[in-house]
Design a protein around this ligand. Structure first.
Ligand SMILES: [Zn+2]
Length: 217
């Protein structure tokens, strides 16, 4: 199945107004939402205005926001047990996707290590990807797995980072043959993790892989 942005924009409006008729408070600051606010996102205009869009579209990786401007929402989601924040993050990614049309057949996500998923109680990108797929109608592939507990290390050079993470993922499943894949992650820094994922996904011969992240550091 292929979905293009224009059709999706119309559908998205219908879905969002049916599923989220009333946002009540802003997910970020807790302020009560005004009727004119963007209730579909449940983020008030002030908080949304603080999110700094990534200007550079030349990168291989598409990203919505500069990390510093969305750091609080990302950290609250991943590390402060606010698992419900998957919803506004996913909805912002769907909105970006609808505004920047791409031909996509299937969605994948960068999975958590088992250790991190246990600590959080959920796989943070799995929740986002499921919501993304629910809203877009695109199928979700869960075949990408993390085989090591590798995590981002602050004092490691980009080259070391690429080598460390290179073989950290496997893909099981052959359902990507000739398909256009959208690979979702929350944050891109060196790009090493996304490269390693693309390498693993390549084993099932997709036609293309486009990476989309919520934030860029
Ligand atoms: Zn707010």
């Amino acid at each position: 199945m292929t979905f293009c942005g224009e059709r999706m924009n119309k559908l998205l409006g219908k879905i969002l107004s049916a599923v989220y008729p009333e946002g009540i408070t802003c997910y970020v600051c807790g302020a009560e939402l005004d009727p004119r606010d963007e209730r579909d996102l449940s983020i008030c205009p002030y908080c949304l205005g603080q999110f700094k869009e990534c200007a550079d579209r030349s990168s291989e990786v598409l990203s919505l926001y500069e990390y510093e401007s969305v750091r609080d929402i990302v950290i609250n989601y991943k590390d402060n047990a606010k698992s419900y924040l998957y919803a506004p993050i996913a909805r912002l990614m769907v909105r970006y996707f609808a505004q920047n049309p791409l031909q996509i057949d299937v969605v994948c996500y960068v999975p958590d290590s088992k250790k991190n998923a246990r600590r959080r109680g959920f796989d943070h990108m799995e929740l986002i990807a499921k919501e993304f797929c629910r809203l877009t109608g695109l199928p979700l592939s869960k075949g990408l797995k993390r085989t090591s507990n590798d995590v981002e290390q602050p004092n490691v050079s980009a080259e070391e980072r690429f080598n460390n993470v290179r073989n950290s993922f496997t893909f099981s499943g052959n359902d990507l043959m000739n398909k256009s894949v959208l690979l979702l992650d929350d944050l891109v820094t060196t790009g090493a993790t996304l490269s390693a994922c693309k390498r693993a996904l390549g084993s099932s011969f997709p036609a293309s892989i486009t990476s989309l992240t919520f934030a860029r550091a």
